[in-house]
Write a protein that binds this ligand. Sequence first.
Ligand code: UT7
Length: 333
Amino acid sequence: MTDYKVKIKGTGMFVPERIMTNDDISKFVDTNDEWIFERTGIRERRISNTEEGEFPSDMAYKATLMALENANLEANDIDLILFASVTPDFKLPNTAIVLQQKLGITNQCAALDIAAACSGFVYGLNMAQAMIRTGMVKNALIVGSEMLSREVNWKDRGSCILFGDGCGVAIVGRNEDSDDSDILSTHLGADGTGREFFDQPVGGAVYPITESHLEDGSHFMQMKGREMFKVATRTLAQNAKTVLEKANLNLDQVNWLVPHQANIRIIETTGKLLGIDPEKVIVNIEKYANTSAATVPIAFHEAIQDGRIKRGDVVLFDAFGAGLTTGATLLRY
Ligand code: UT7
């Protein structure tokens, strides 16, 4: 059976220009910068400007142009688009198809959305790598793009402080170069017993939005923060151990951990449970807050751009999210 090596060929990101600081939020809910920063590590987040057309597919379009340039590829070289988002442009068609059209792709490549919340990018990457390894796909575009500002309840101080808008992408494909870049191991999982810790039941087939939902705000995302927090630390640490074990590597051989950016305390606790040097952990939550499926690819892209992550480095992606979904990828960049 074919067994190609799988390489991340290029990355890109886009975040809206508009910044909302903690002080800005304190003007409309009872909170303050000190509480938010101490409990979450967040100082500010980006908010899409709808008049500028900064919707999920638009952010993804801009991020993908950057990734194509970095990968030295053309849009028509992409033969699979996986678009991870809980805030798709429309219900129909899926956002991957909207993006395909914006990119001018004419090769009729498969285009699919992934609804796996904050684990969506890792879900997409891990699924695509299996298709690339077996020769079914040559180059896949994996997108994490979110406009959470649309779906958070801006009257709920327990959740609205946490989220932001943004997009990160990666082009992953068959490694035809004479280097060691490859995906070393993967893990995906889900545990529906925690599905009520973070959900948005109104607006789907079961509960169409009514006027009373609009009045009391129950159509927005609802989160049980403490429950999510507890599961998150346990899950992230376990994920990292799982992928290391599968690849027969130890933590000392990992150059960089790129965790989902949900809360600095979750990241620090995970780091402590694993015993990883904090210098090896990529953190940017201060600037962008939690952008769900976009946090891992944005953090990865920024660390490549500023020269921390280099070709040949061993990198561990580690994510969890609503569902509860979870996933990790261990790769040689
Ligand atoms: O992508 C995955 C999705 N989400 C997550 O991973 C979220 C994980 N959870 C968290 O990050 C944290 O649980 C939060 C940051 C959401 C909350 O932090 P916490 O330390 O768990 O606070 P808490 O909910 O236990 O609340 C402590 C206190 C409460 O007051 P009392 O009952 O002690 O008087 C809250 O009412 O802090 C109060 N509080 C706030 N105060 C000021 C809650 N939110 C705020 C706020 N500003 N924004």
